[in-house]
Design a protein around this ligand. Structure first.
Ligand SMILES: Cc1ncc(COP(=O)(O)O)c(C=O)c1O
Length: 393
C-alpha cells in the first residue's frame, strides 16, 4: 500500500461531528463513535496539496467553477461508471447532496404531493419530504433469500396521481445493496409507466465493495435519461463532506430548468473555493488512493463478518456490496429498540446509528461505519463481544 489507512486522524479537538458529539451529546468521551458517514482516514495527499496550494494565495472572494472541475466529473463518470456524453451544461452545483434532494423535492412536486422512498433508507430523505410539506409514501425493500430487493408491485400500486417522484438511493444506504442493471430496468419501467421523476442519489457510487458494478440510473435507457436527476459528489468517495460541494446531472432540459430555478431562488450558486479545488484534484489525481481505500474497506468488512461469525453469531451481518456502512440485524439479542440503543451506548460503549432512524424495516438493526482503522474496528468488536457475553452471564 502506498497510502496509510492504519493511522487515524485524531479529530477529538477538531469540531468533528462524529467525534465531538460523543462528549457534547452523549456526555461520555469513552464511547467509540461509528455512526455518521465520514472516514477516520487522512484525505488523499494529492487533494491536500491542491488545497494547500490554493490556500497559500491570500484571496478567497467569490469564485467560479473551473474547467477542471467540470471535466474531471465528466471524465470520471465516463471512465468509472460508463456514462458517456455528459455535457458541462447538464451539471448544476448544489452545496451538498442533501441540499440537492431538498431542491429536487421543491422542483418536482407541490405541497401536499406524495414522494416515494424505499425504507429502510437514508433518513434525511424523510426530512426533505416532510419539511417541504409533501407526503411520504413508503415502498419498503423486501428481504428475499437473505438480501434486500425492491418491491415493484407495491411501488406500482402506490403511485397515484399525487405521487410525483421517487428518491432512489443507489448504492443503497443503509442496506448496502448495489442495484443491478436488471433491477434498475424494472424500476425505470414502473416509473415510466406511471410517469414520475426519478431522483437518484448516487453519492456512494464509487464505494463498490462487491462484484456488482454501479450502474447510473440515467444510463438504463433513453427514457431513464429523460426522467432521472442524478446526485453525485466527491464527499463520500474522498472524505470531503466538510467542503459542501456536490453536482446534480440533469440531461432533460425541462427538468434541468425547473431545478435550476430552485437553486437560483435559494441563491445557492456560489461555491466554496476549496470544494472546487478538492473536486478537481480528486477526480484528476485521487484514483490510486481510492483503489487502495476500497481494498482496505473490503478487508474491514471481511474482518467484521469473520469476527461476528466466530464470536457473536447471534448477530446477522448483511452483504455489503457498496458503501462503507455495515447493516447488522441485532434482533436475536432479544431486546426492544430503546433497550438496544442503551445497550450499545452504555454497556458496549459504542455509538452506531440505530436502525429505527432509517424508517420501516430498521427496527433492531444497527448501522456500523467501517471507514475506520482496523485497530478501531477490532476495539469496537471486542467491546461488542464482551457486552454480549455479559448479557448471558
Ligand atoms: C445517501 C446519502 N445521501 C447524501 C448524503 C450526504 O450528502 P451531503 O453531505 O453532500 O449533503 C449521505 C451521507 O451519508 C448519504 O448517505
Amino acid at each position: 500500500m502506498v497510502y496509510d489507512f492504519d493511522t487515524m486522524v485524531d479529530r477529538t479537538s477538531l469540531s468533528s461531528q462524529k467525534w465531538s458529539f460523543v462528549k457534547q451529546r452523549i456526555g461520555d468521551p469513552t464511547i467509540l463513535p461509528m455512526w455518521v458517514a465520514d472516514m477516520d482516514f487522512a484525505v488523499a495527499p494529492e487533494i491536500v496539496e491542491a488545497i494547500k496550494a490554493r490556500a497559500a494565495i491570500p484571496s478567497y472572494g467569490y469564485t467560479q467553477r473551473t474547467d477542471g472541475y467540470y471535466n474531471g466529473l465528466i471524465n470520471w463518470m465516463k471512465r468509472r461508471h460508463g456514462w458517456d456524453g455528459i455535457q458541462r451544461d447538464l451539471i448544476i452545483f448544489t452545496p451538498g447532496v442533501v441540499a440537492g434532494f431538498n431542491f429536487a423535492v421543491q422542483a418536482y412536486s407541490d405541497p401536499g404531493d406524495k414522494v416515494i422512498v424505499q425504507p429502510p433508507c437514508y433518513y434525511p430523505f424523510f426530512d426533505a419530504i416532510i419539511n417541504n410539506g409533501r407526503r411520504i409514501v413508503n415502498n419498503p425493500l423486501k428481504i428475499v433469500d437473505g438480501n434486500y430487493v425492491m418491491d415493484y408491485e407495491d411501488l406500482e400500486k402506490k403511485i397515484d396521481g399525487r405521487a410525483k417522484m421517487i428518491i432512489l438511493c443507489s448504492p443503497h444506504n443503509p442496506v448496502g445493496r448495489v442495484w443491478k442493471r436488471s433491477e434498475l430496468e424494472r424500476l425505470v419501467e414502473v416509473c415510466e409507466k406511471k410517469d414520475i421523476v426519478i431522483v437518484s442519489d448516487e453519492i456512494h457510487n464509487d464505494l463498490i465493495l462487491g462484484e456488482t458494478k454501479h450502474t447510473p440510473t440515467a444510463t438504463i435507457s433513453n427514457e431513464a435519461m429523460r426522467r432521472t436527476v442524478t446526485l453525485v459528489a466527491t464527499s463520500k468517495t474522498f472524505n470531503l463532506a466538510g467542503l459542501t460541494n456536490s453536482c446534480v446531472i440533469i440531461p432533460d432540459r425541462k427538468l434541468r430548468c425547473i431545478f435550476d430555478n430552485v437553486t437560483e431562488n435559494n441563491r445557492t450558486r456560489n461555491t466554496n473555493i476549496f470544494g472546487i479545488v478538492a473536486q478537481e484534484a480528486a477526480y484528476a489525481k485521487g484514483e490510486p488512493w481510492l483503489e487502495e481505500l476500497l481494498v482496505y474497506l473490503r478487508g474491514n468488512f471481511r474482518y467484521l463478518e469473520d469476527y461476528i461469525r466466530e464470536n457473536i453469531p447471534l448477530l446477522k451481518v448483511y452483504p455489503l456490496e457498496g458503501t462503507y456502512l455495515a447493516w447488522v440485524d441485532c434482533s436475536c439479542l432479544g431486546m426492544g429498540d430503546e433497550a438496544l440503543k442503551e445497550f450499545m451506548l452504555k454497556k458496549a460503549k459504542l455509538w452506531f446509528d440505530e436502525g429505527t432512524m432509517f424508517g420501516s424495516g430498521g427496527s433492531m438493526f444497527m448501522r456500523i461505519n467501517l471507514a475506520c482503522t482496523r485497530n478501531t474496528l477490532r476495539e469496537a468488536l471486542t467491546r461488542l463481544d464482551k457486552a454480549v457475553r455479559e448479557l448471558s452471564d
